[in-house]
Design a protein around this ligand. Structure first.
Ligand SMILES: [Zn+2]
Length: 105
């Protein structure tokens, strides 16, 4: 599908089958244009983003944990799952070379 903004024409292709036989199919809740592919019947959207938590949010949660917030308390406050926080802690321990996350008391 071709659409024109000002003097620039963009070609939108299906992210599943790369077909150009698309029509606009409403907007996603975040305001992005959705497209329906007439060849494979699937929906795709403009510039799809990642569903991962933002890196700044992850740093904030880890900082709260290192200020002695409990694991379950941190999950309740920030609304993330315990497994997510455990995975982040394992990753931060394997990447940090200083021994700051060992408990001194
Ligand atoms: Zn398609």
């Amino acid at each position: 599908m071709l659409y024109t903004v000002g003097m620039v024409t963009y070609a939108v292709s299906c992210s599943h089958c790369a077909s150009l036989n698309l029509t606009r199919n409403g907007r996603a809740p975040n305001g992005k244009q959705k497209y329906l592919c007439h060849d494979c019947g699937k929906n795709s959207r403009q510039n799809p983003g990642s569903n991962a938590y933002a890196d700044a949010f992850r740093q904030q949660v880890l900082a709260a944990y290192h200020e002695r917030c409990s694991l379950r308390g941190g999950c309740r406050i920030f609304g993330i799952s315990r497994q997510t926080l455990v995975t982040w802690l394992k990753k931060s321990r394997s990447t940090s070379t200083s021994g700051e996350d060992t408990c001194p008391a």
